[in-house]
Write a protein that binds this ligand. Structure first.
Ligand code: HPA
Ligand code: ZN
Length: 316
């Protein structure tokens, strides 16, 4: 079954490039850039990947991203992820990039973007993997800071397909970013947002009504609100679900309790994604395989999930 799932053609629609930084590359970049790390070795770092919630993960994720300094670092990060895509028959990817994680450390916007862009270009040419990059705002920071990040992106408008919203969800509702999303749409960006991962269904309503999103990132808490379920089924609004992430961050206690297949059978356009694969124990195929192992996902269900991912692309 693993090999069969691996061979299915699929798209990945929820992947944070900074979350694909494997411990081995993290240590190699630390050495290259003479960065002193708080972990002694790769094994010590891996042992720290034990999270009680989203914030505990984010603290480590931002600490790890500190080793990314040069254009070559961002190229190497993105290229390593694209190699994984190739190995798992991910034929299209729409990764997130968090500029503020880097500009707030003094890394110029274009240093990070150029490395990522060149790798995505080479992925297209050398690996045949199509892609569309999503600029994601950090929601624990202010809307003004998001506006400044959008200003920095405008000279590179063509590098992006959409803007998104990630980081600490609770206490940072989509409504906080309504104006910057309005402006981004005016500049021709599509919009997506993380909503209903830890946050309540109301945050999903806000993301749909105020941010006018094309897809909901995570969205698993939609199941608590029947009227919302009807809307996302009627309008076929895609959900980018990340099963291993949800269990590692304790959104569900165990994979056997995950609601993705219930949603699929109710007609929700759900997709399978890896979120931050270096931290959560696997790339897309491992996420599919976990659904087979713990929820009894059939080949027919896997095919429908993979087809949903191809249908829900922003870049057609
Ligand atoms: N949720 C919110 N922010 C994130 C995530 C996530 O799963 N991964 C990286 N940033
Ligand atoms: Zn995410």
């Amino acid at each position: 079954m693993y090999d069969w799932l691996n061979a299915l053609p699929k798209a990945e629609l929820h992947l944070h490039l900074e979350g694909s930084l494997e411990p081995e590359l993290l240590f190699a970049l630390a050495e290259r850039n003479k960065v002193t790390l708080p972990w002694h070795d790769v094994e010590t770092l891996r042992r720290a990947y034990d999270f009680g919630n989203l914030q505990e993960f984010l603290d480590l994720y931002y600490a790890g991203a500190d080793v990314l300094r040069t254009e070559q670092d961002f190229y190497d990060l993105t290229w390593a992820y694209l190699q994984r895509c190739k190995a798992q028959n991910v034929i299209h990817t729409e990764p997130f990039f968090d500029p503020q994680t880097h500009t707030d450390r003094g890394i110029p916007f274009e240093v990070a973007l150029n490395g990522i862009r060149h790798a995505l270009d080479d992925g297209r040419k050398q690996l045949g993997i199509s892609s569309g990059l999503i600029l994601s705002f950090l929601r624990h920071l202010s809307e003004d800071e998001a506006q400044k990040t959008l200003d920095q992106a405008l000279p590179f408008r063509d590098a992006f397909v959409a803007v998104g919203l990630d980081s600490s969800e609770m206490g940072h509702p989509p409504s906080k970013f309504q104006r910057v999303f309005d402006r981004a749409r005016g500049e021709g960006f599509l919009t997506v947002a993380h909503a209903g991962e830890e946050g309540p269904p109301e945050y999903i309503w806000e993301a749909l009504d105020l941010l006018k999103i094309e897809r909901i990132d995570h969205g698993v808490r939609a199941i608590e609100d029947e009227r919302l379920m009807q809307r996302i089924i009627d309008e076929q609004i895609p959900l980018t679900v990340c099963p291993l992430s949800n269990t590692k961050l304790c959104v569900f206690d165990h994979m056997s309790q995950h609601n993705i297949l219930d949603m699929l059978e109710r007609g929700v356009k759900v997709t399978v994604n890896s979120d931050d694969p270096a931290y959560f124990g696997g790339y897309v195929t491992e996420n599919f395989y976990a659904l087979h192992e713990h929820l009894g996902m059939s080949q027919d269900q896997a095919q429908r999930l993979a087809q949903n991912s191809l249908d829900a692309r922003l870049v057609k």
